[in-house]
Design a protein around this ligand. Sequence first.
Ligand code: BGC
Length: 355
Amino acid sequence: MPLVTIEKRSFGKTSDNVAVDQFILKNQKGMEVRIINYGGIITSWKVKDKNNVYKNIVLGYDSLAAYEVNSPYLGAIVGRYANRIAEGTFSIDGETYRLALNNGSNHLHGGIKGFDKVVWQAKEVIDETTASVVLRYRSSDIEEGYPGNLEVSVTYTLNNHDELCVAYAAETDKKTIVNLTQHSYFNLTADFNTSILNHDVVINADTFLPVDTTQIPTGEFRSVAGTPFDFRTPKSIGNEINSSDQQLAYGHGYDHCWVRNGKQQESSFIASAYEPTTGRFLEVFSDAPGIQFYTGNFLNAPHPDNKDNTYAARSGFCFETQEFPNAPNQQNFLPVLLHPGQQYETATTFKFYVK
Ligand code: BGC
């Protein structure tokens, strides 16, 4: 009997008749992650509480149609460029590219049919201690307006230390921009009718990126000290979320990118969340320069169990490790240009404990 297992099941067909599979990764302890190759979506993630009870702690659906109809990126891989690009435009070597304006006057999360809505090739890899699903997708030149044929892979790996690693890689044949992330909405209570406001959060960042009224970073790196954005020591999400603060007003709550402390391109602790009633504790490690902490302020999605219910605002939060939003248009942000011959590589690990 292997220590970790993967089971593959059909998850139905897309509206244009493409078969989709679900991969059920289970470790020796009992943690179970379900991933589909539509959007690379984590549809469910069963994690134990302090009484050893395993329950799903991410917002998701049981049917493919539900994801196709109305999903605010629930559990999905987001790309080619996660987060916002101002006015949906950027230039490379004097050539201007125009992207869909799908978020007011801006471009969001890769466009109309981003990486969250495509079917990826999937391959299972298993050894004694890890179970992986390798997802591959070829995004063609000018797909959603982005230049270059991009070969993308995302590898999800579950181990027996209750860690799920998400490793991203990409190569292009023409200069392009890349920023990939994972968009799970967590609610560690496992009760999605409960808000996430009682989770204690830590974000390992001395600065964050303030935004304008359309949620585009202004270019400033602002100190979190003395602001509701200071999560350097544990603080409940609800503690200051409703305080009068212009940045909280612009985001309708927390919906900002924090700048990870520590060395660039070196993985380190980036954020954690602790839910006191269940004892579930999540730690995130990443080499990404930033993390969008989003408190589900705009959530209003159908609920899987009940037609009259919804996944309401603040019923889940996201820890989206990533490059800085709108970096292609911000001279003072880290560059996000990928050249032919270069490899885009980044990895984020989500680790669970009980306390
Ligand atoms: C963004 C939010 C957006 C949400 C879409 C987040 O990553 O920061 O502003 O509403 O994704 O579901």
